[in-house]
Design a protein around this ligand. Structure first.
Ligand SMILES: C[C@@](CO)(OP(=O)(O)O)[C@H](O)COP(=O)(O)OP(=O)(O)OC[C@H]1O[C@@H](n2ccc(N)nc2=O)[C@H](O)[C@@H]1O
Ligand SMILES: Nc1ncnc2c1ncn2[C@@H]1O[C@H](COP(=O)(O)OP(=O)(O)O)[C@@H](O)[C@H]1O
Length: 290
């Protein structure tokens, strides 16, 4: 039988302000998480083995460290506890991944993979968790997971988990990966990271009156990020996403984005994507009710 492939989209942080730091070291931030129509895909074959197996390993990531496997195990455990009266000892699954998103690029690939796993397995295993419960479970895996579980482009606060659906002017993005992996943890523990940007109201958001507090530091640490950003800025408003390393340029339409993509230096890794208000995963789920 043909596999059902489920989308696992990328996101961009259209801006990222750091407003302070919590006692546990996590940062208090504000951001717009823009979901994209480009990403990885996952397929799931549930079985009664009780085992979780990712059949398409990612080079450099141990099976048990993969956020997909961690998400499946976390949900498996949660369902077992919630449904103690049902014999769920045999909940198992084989998982397949088509990886397209560069890792460590600030476009949320790992978190999105974890979210798609939580959402789809909850459906296939008849877990019965509601979206808020799934998002809370996802938060244990990463601050970025809830946005992908909820599935709406959003204005985010807290550590990134307080979300309100947010309307952004439709745009096409040229996203360039400067061929370096930035560790989110390394950026957030850096002494030179600014952490005192004043809070804004969601209504006041505009691309031009916001910025990314991580950008200057990452540009200093990774000259390739600085080079890519300066190149893109010649053509369109551009910014780094998340803690890097990807940089995006904003265009009105795909034709303009394609023109600039063609001018990129040879060997550049890039993709073009449209901004979406609703995740492609959730669009597919909405079209396929139980
Ligand atoms: C800041 C963002 C913006 O999108 O960066 P990117 O990872 O996308 O670049 C994300 O929210 C990241 O989310 P995610 O990558 O899931 O973060 P986690 O795994 O929870 O945390 C990675 C590390 O970043 C730090 N961290 C993360 C989020 C946050 N609000 N404050 C932090 O200080 C934590 O110290 C942790 O050690
Ligand atoms: N399924 C996964 N996809 C991508 N990265 C993963 C996955 N599982 C674990 N990781 C680890 O998470 C790190 C961050 O990945 P990713 O989410 O793609 O980047 P970012 O947080 O910068 O957007 C990777 O370098 C990798 O070691």
């Amino acid at each position: 039988m043909l596999k059902q492939w489920w989308p696992s989209p990328a996101k961009l942080n259209l801006f990222l302000h750091i407003n302070g730091r919590y006692a546990n070291g996590y940062h208090q931030l504000q951001s717009v998480f823009q979901l994209l129509d480009f990403g990885d895909e996952l397929a799931f074959e549930i079985d009664n083995s009780g085992k979780i197996a990712l059949c398409t390993p990612i080079e450099g990531v141990e099976h048990d460290d993969n956020l997909i496997v961690k998400a499946a195990r976390l949900l498996q455990q949660h369902i077992k506890v919630q449904h103690a009266n049902r014999d769920l000892s045999a909940l198992g699954c084989k998982i397949y991944l088509k990886k397209r998103l560069p890792m460590g690029g600030g476009i949320g690939g790992g978190s999105s993979n974890a979210a798609t796993t939580l959402v789809v397995l909850n459906k296939l295993w008849h877990g019965g968790l509601n979206p808020n419960e799934l998002a809370n479970l996802g938060l244990q895996l990463g601050a970025d997971v809830p946005i992908f579980v909820m599935g709406d482009t959003a204005f985010a606060e807290g550590v990134g988990e307080k979300l309100q659906p947010f309307t952004v002017v439709p745009a096409t993005y040229l996203v360039v990966f400067p061929d370096c992996h930035v560790s989110t943890q390394a950026v957030f523990t850096h002494v030179d990271l600014p952490r005192n940007t004043a809070k804004i109201s969601a209504n006041d958001y505009q691309f031009d009156n916001t910025h990314n507090d991580c950008q200057e530091l990452v540009c200093e640490l990774y000259p390739n990020v600085a080079k890519t950003l300066h190149w893109l800025l010649e053509y369109a408003p551009s910014r780094m996403t998340g803690t890097g390393s990807c940089v995006f340029a904003v265009f009105k339409d795909a034709a303009q984005a394609t023109k600039v993509q063609k001018l990129l230096p040879e060997g550049s890794i890039s993709f073009i994507a449209a901004g979406l208000s609703r995740s492609p995963l959730h669009q597919l789920l909405d079209a396929q009710p139980d």
